[in-house]
Structures are given as structure tokens and as C-alpha cells.
Design a protein. Structure first.
Length: 292
């Protein structure tokens, strides 16, 4: 029963990692850059959802929509302020500038939202799921998170393969210069990729908020783990990062259930290092071929 509970909760947690990792995949695929403030984007979604729903008393559906819209706008801001100026000059300074922007956001939220953790109530995280009259220690939300995560991954795959906008985005990925000659707005495509990236992180934040306390620094460790998942799955593979997220989450939950939380981070990150030592491009990634 304990292992079943760990697998269910790990599956939900892993889906959240996968959602955030999909954001890393999107920006890297389109622009060759990533937003290292992805954890802050997740925190922003959770904090804004709490503020709109609990502090202002707005309906939950409206709070979620507005929180996700704000996350998407934040993603565009990250691209304009912290990535575009440096990428145009061929500089890798965006590595530090995205980190810095995330720290700025974390501290702004800390000063406005406060340091105290808050609880976001949800009917899906109140009553534990029972099996045979015994509580499993997991909530319906644990099952909803992977359902939404996998549905979003499938939706992104469908959009990229079956729509005009998705085809244009793939063209940017394959050959930016040729796409520009065909009239595809490269700058706009990259901005949209960053908006979708932080939107996915915001979805993860909104979904995970009722299971964890909402606070200004909640996204730091989650963002680090999501980046590890993106590299582990192969950052060039959308389905790869999603599957890697599920594997990472379930491994984390099983280690916690069997050995205790003190060993969780040690063993999970050691496993990541071991896998990458064997497969440097990730579980599902492929080595890029460069013509010289």
C-alpha cells in the first residue's frame, strides 16, 4: 500500500517536473536558449492564483486564467529584457541575466506577498483516495496533474505537427535563416515560445499549490529539478523530457518512501549524473550533427 501511494504521488509530482521541463524544451528548440528563471515562473503562477482567489476573493477559474496570462506576459518580458539583447550579440550572458531576473522576481514577491507560507485550499486536495477502506495518503489532484500534463504534451505535439503556426515554429527550429526568408517572423516566434514556456511553468505552479505551501521561494528547487529532468530526457525531445519527468518523480517518491527524505536528493541527483555519464545527450536526445 505504501509503495502504491508513493507511485501515485510520484507520478503526479513527475508530471509537474515534466511540464516545467517542456518549457525548457520549447525555448531551447526555437532559440537555443533557456530561461533559468523557470522556477520563478512556477512560483509566480501559484502566488498570483492564491492572491486572486484567496486575498481578492475572485472565482477560482478567473484566478487561474489571470495567473496564467500573467505568467505568459512574464515569459515575454524575460525574452525581451534578459535574452534578446545578448542573443543578438552572440553572447551567452543570458545565462546569468535570466537567473538575475528570477532572483529579482523572487524578492519582489517576498516583499509584497510576504515570507510566511500560505495554503491554497482545493476540493481535490482535501479527502484522501481510499482503496479497500484504507486511505492511500494521496489526493485526486495527484491523478489530475499527470492527466493535464500528458494532455498538454499531446496538444503541443499536435499543434506543432498539424497547424500552420506549428509548422512555422518547426521551420524556425530547423533553419532560422531559411524561415526568415520565407517570411516567418522569427522574433515573434521566439517571444511566443518563451510565453508558452512560462505558461507551462505557471500551470505546474497552479496545480501543485494546493499540495504544497505557497511562498516566494517555492520555485527554486523545483526549477533546478525541472532543468535536470530536461537534460535527462534530452532537451531536444518533447516527449523525452515529459517521460523523464515521470521517471524522476516516481524515483524520488520511492526513495523517500523506502529510505527517508534525507536520502532523496542525494540519490536522485546521483542517478541523473550516472545516466548522463552513460548517455550524454539524455535518455531520448540525439547528438546534433554540425557541418564544418
Amino acid at each position: 500500500m505504501l509503495l502504491l501511494s508513493a507511485l501515485i504521488s510520484g507520478f503526479g509530482l513527475g508530471s509537474m517536473y515534466g511540464l516545467m521541463a517542456l518549457g525548457f524544451y520549447m525555448t531551447y528548440a526555437v532559440s537555443g536558449t533557456v530561461n533559468f528563471a523557470q522556477g520563478s515562473s512556477m512560483m509566480l503562477g501559484a502566488v498570483l492564483c492564491f492572491t486572486f482567489a484567496q486575498t481578492l476573493g475572485w472565482p477560482m477559474w478567473l484566478a487561474i486564467v489571470l495567473a496564467l496570462a500573467a505568467c505568459a506576459l512574464y515569459g515575454m518580458l524575460v525574452e525581451v529584457l534578459a535574452v534578446r539583447p545578448f542573443a543578438r550579440q552572440g553572447s551567452n550572458a543570458w545565462l546569468m541575466s535570466t537567473v538575475a531576473l528570477g532572483i529579482v522576481l523572487d524578492n519582489l514577491v517576498m516583499h509584497t506577498f510576504g515570507k510566511e507560507p500560505r495554503s491554497l485550499p482545493s476540493p481535490l486536495a482535501q479527502s484522501s483516495i481510499e482503496l479497500g477502506g484504507m486511505g492511500l495518503g494521496v489526493y485526486p489532484l495527484h491523478l489530475l496533474i499527470p492527466a493535464i500534463g500528458l494532455a498538454l504534451a499531446a496538444l503541443l505535439h499536435t499543434i506543432s505537427r498539424r497547424t500552420r503556426w506549428g509548422t512555422a515554429l518547426l521551420a524556425v527550429v530547423q533553419n532560422r535563416d531559411a524561415a526568415r526568408l520565407m517570411g516567418i517572423p522569427i522574433t515573434r516566434a521566439i517571444a511566443v515560445a518563451f510565453a508558452l514556456s512560462t505558461l507551462l511553468a505557471g500551470v505546474a505552479g497552479v496545480l501543485i499549490a494546493p499540495l504544497f505551501n505557497v511562498n516566494a521561494d517555492m520555485g527554486t528547487l523545483f526549477g533546478l529539478k525541472a532543468f535536470a529532468v530536461a537534460i535527462l530526457g534530452g532537451i531536444t525531445s518533447a516527449w523525452g523530457v515529459m517521460i523523464a519527468g515521470l521517471l524522476f518523480g516516481m524515483a524520488e517518491a520511492l526513495i523517500t518512501a523506502t529510505l527517508g527524505s534525507g536520502y532523496t536528493q542525494i540519490i536522485t541527483f546521483a542517478l541523473v549524473i550516472a545516466v548522463l555519464a552513460i548517455r550524454p545527450n539524455g535518455l531520448f536526445g540525439r547528438a546534433q550533427v554540425k557541418k564544418v
